[in-house]
Design a protein around this ligand. Structure first.
Ligand code: ADP
Ligand code: ZN
Length: 616
């Protein structure tokens, strides 16, 4: 067995590496620099933790991990400590005395892995400590934080290039889940990683099922989705995250869900810090909690058993969508990414871009990013193919997204597209200004509102020509025309629509348009049909004895986690408990074979586990 595999098994209790982990670990353990691009949940942590341990044990010194996320650092250190690793953290949450103790351990060579916040790393005090310490490697987590274009820019990250200048012999591993080529290049330049090897993994998360539904009554749709797919017959439900754009909507949605039997909590940047932290801790520690949050929530959460991520509002970009949905199913078990989306979302996001303080170049980039996401929402093809293509990866239809599972019907919408486009043209021609979808739909349906009479739009040739279609059908048509670039939302924040580049070709009959059929009935999944198969139920295959074991093990885990002040999953993941419940080992040797039980945990908990199983 290779030394890396031995550590994987002994310390972490896992039996095999995932994806490119083995290659990366070997490269870094031998002193090479590298940049690792891996999706959220792909298993980046082990890529630096194992080389750090190997190098420390070979006498090269401590592994220093730079991470911007305080909560995540603490969770990682807690998990490593549970696994018997001598790990510590230096960040602003420590008291002076605690920090001094960590510094003493560092200087005495007692630490194997040290997590440091970037601003602390660059202080003269810490640089001086580094001069007096043997360092085995530097790991730079969330490396995209050096990118000024990205959404997580941290000025302190720019200075991390000095690590290479000051410690040229120490290998560096930079890691990120942000894949696009521009960010990648920026990381290489700013961190002086020109000679580093790049390990690019597939960005696919095959266990996540993507689904995007048309917004009708979004809350009701969400509730139906949770009930159909994430609730057990006894009313308990899975852990999940619901993202909303505004603080107010977060509060309202959490209240409403609670009123409908869902254990939901709000989280947003406007809440008092103490309450926010308490909600985050409850989400981490408790089972079956739904966090309703703005995007402020999620960075720094590595809870492995988040079973669904739902979006009630459209994210800003494919990057955002993928990062947020990536928080589901880190444990590799089936998980859902669900989104409700409507025309209003598109208009709202465009308005936010227009009204932002950013310069024109930035606004253009933001608009293009939003368009890519709209393309995903309106595609009649495989969602995953579309997502991966955005990140530069070719793939085949996945069989695990809504459009693969229930291919949407399409129809020839050329005539309707012509009606809509010519309505845009005629009204603008008549009035010298452009109008939004609501007004245009009124014109098409011959709905003589006051606004229509004011503008004289009851006189234009397109008045009433689309009366045979409902408002919601027209909404779907306009949305798709926007997603196809035939209509463009005007700058200026009022949702006014202009003709896009290829609109002329459609109007002249040179180009036909295929549209997705609007789904008016709830999909099978919402009715509790097809989607059921995607629910993770650890107890599904258990007989009576196994169920008793499972309950006893879970009680034990809750007590133990509370005693140690760590989240339950840091003690053991659900999958490990389920395997224990089913196979009911009755010796230390058998226990050691269960995935997720490493040497330290075997020694610490082995006897207790055997006792719990025996009594159950
Ligand atoms: P990332 O940082 O890339 O988002 P993590 O390092 O948090 O992902 O890993 C995600 C989950 O996968 C964690 O729960 C981790 O324990 C688990 N994991 C990682 N590598 C393996 C492996 N080789 N075998 C089993 N589980 C693994
Ligand atoms: Zn698919």
């Amino acid at each position: 067995m290779s030394p890396a595999l031995t550590v994987l098994k002994d310390v972490f209790g896992y039996h095999a590496f995932r994806g490119r982990q083995a290659e990366i670990i070997e490269h870094v353990a031998e002193g090479g620099d590298c940049l690792v691009l891996m999706p959220t949940g792909g298993g980046k942590s082990l890529c630096y933790q194992i080389p750090a341990l190997l190098r420390q044990r070979a006498g090269h010194g401590v592994g220093i991990v730079v991470s911007p996320l305080i909560a995540l650092m603490q969770d990682q250190v807690a998990a490593l400590t549970e696994a018997g690793v001598r790990a510590a953290v230096l960040n602003s949450t420590l008291t002076g005395a605690q920090a001094s103790a960590v510094e003493r351990d560092l200087l005495a060579g007692r630490l194997e892995i040290l997590y440091v916040a970037p601003e602390r790393l660059m202080t003269p005090r810490f640089q001086d400590l580094l001069d007096r310490t043997r360092v085995g490697l530097f790991a730079i987590d969330e490396a995209h934080c050096v990118s000024q274009w990205g959404h997580d820019f941290r000025p302190e990250y720019i200075q991390l290039s000095v690590l290479h200048e000051r410690f040229p012999q120490v290998p560096r591993i930079a890691l990120t889940a942000t894949a696009d080529a521009v960010t990648r290049q920026e990381i290489v330049e700013r961190l002086a990683l020109d000679d580093a090897r790049v390990f690019l993994s597939s960005f696919d998360r095959p266990n996540i099922r993507y689904r995007i539904v048309e917004k009708d009554n979004a809350r009701q749709q969400l509730l139906a989705f949770i009930k159909a797919e994430h609730m057990a017959s006894d009313g308990t439900h899975d852990s999940g995250i619901v993202y909303c754009l505004s603080r107010r909507k977060v509060e309202e949605t959490a209240d409403w869900l609670r009123g409908h039997g869902i254990n939901a909590l709000p989280y947003h940047a406007g809440m008092e810090a103490a309450v926010r932290q308490q909600h985050q801790a409850r989400f981490r520690d408790e089972e079956g909690l739904v966090m309703v949050a703005t995007i402020a929530f999620g960075m720094g959460i590595d809870k492995p058993d988040v079973r669904f991520v739902a979006h009630l509002d459209l994210p800003k970009s494919m990057e955002g969508y993928y990062q947020e949905t990536g928080r589901a199913g880190r444990d590799g078990l089936p998980a859902n990414a669900w989104m409700a989306y409507g025309l209003g979302d598109v208009v709202q996001q465009k308005r936010m871009i227009d009204e932002s303080e950013a310069d024109e170049a930035h606004k253009r980039v933001s608009s293009a990013k939003l368009d890519a996401l709209l393309g995903l929402c309106e595609t009649a093809g495989c969602r995953r193919v579309r997502i991966l293509a955005y990140f530069g990866e070719a793939s085949e239809p996945c069989g695990n997204c809504d459009t693969c599972l229930e291919p949407p019907a399409t129809w020839d919408g050329t005539r309707e597209a012509q009606m809509a486009l010519s309505c845009v043209y005629r009204t603008a021609q008549a009035s010298r200004v452009h109008f939004g979808a609501t007004h245009l739909i009124d014109v098409l349906r011959g709905n003589a509102t006051e606004k229509i009479r004011q503008w004289g739009h009851d006189k234009v040739s397109t008045f009433g020509i689309g009366a045979d279609r409902s408002v919601s059908e027209w909404h779907a048509i306009f949305r798709q025309l926007i997603a196809h670039g035939l209509l463009v939302i005007d700058h200026g924040g009022h949702g006014a629509l202009l003709l896009g580049d290829s609109a002329r070709a459609v109007l002249k009959g040179e180009m036909s348009i295929t549209l997705r059929r609007q789904v008016s009935k709830p999909g099978r999944a919402e009715r509790g049909g097809a989607g059921r198969g995607n629910r993770v139920d650890h107890t599904a295959q258990m007989d009576e004895q196994a169920l008793a074991n499972w309950e006893a093990l879970r009680r034990w885990r809750t007590d133990t986690a509370r005693e140690h002040g760590v989240p339950a999953y840091v003690i053991f993941h659900d999958a490990t408990l389920a395997e224990l419940a089913r196979s009911a080992p009755d010796s230390m040797a058998e226990l050691a074979e269960v995935p997720g039980i490493g040497a330290a945990k075997l020694e610490r908990y082995g006897d207790e586990l055997l006792e719990v199983l025996q009594k159950a």
